[in-house]
Design a protein around this ligand. Structure first.
Ligand SMILES: [Zn+2]
Length: 120
């Protein structure tokens, strides 16, 4: 999915636990929360992660006698409006009277500039 060269910013890999595509720099999978690296230094060495965007909401379909199906789609576009990614992250059913909560967040992990660590 990533077009950047290996070892550079934005490089991805697959979580061995849940098979989600995650950043190669991640020490904890954002999907399943399992640890991915055990010799990556202490938590104090890791740059601070901040939540740049969070959207949460609860919806229901309250038409008597009528169930509903849902489809959750996430898309990412760059500043030119070009689609970077579009993915269906969940589908299911929403019976009448039942409510589901949905949460979406974007985490930013600053990358310190400096010498190219791949050559170290
Ligand atoms: Zn995972």
């Amino acid at each position: 999915m990533s077009a950047v060269r290996p070892g550079s910013i934005g490089t991805t890999r697959v979580c061995p636990h849940c098979k989600a595509t995650v950043l190669a720099s991640a020490s904890i999978c954002p999907g399943c929360r399992h640890h991915l690296r055990f010799n990556a230094g202490t938590a104090a060495d890791a740059p601070a992660t901040r939540t740049a965007l969070r959207i949460e909401g609860t919806i229901g379909h309250d038409v008597a006698g009528e169930s509903c199906e849902y489809c959750v789609v996430v898309s990412i576009s760059n500043q030119h409006g070009e689609k970077i990614a579009r993915q269906v992250v969940g589908v299911g059913a929403l019976p009448p009277g039942e409510r589901h909560s949905y949460s979406f967040s974007v985490e930013l992990m600053p990358v310190r500039s400096g010498p190219d660590r791949r050559k170290a």
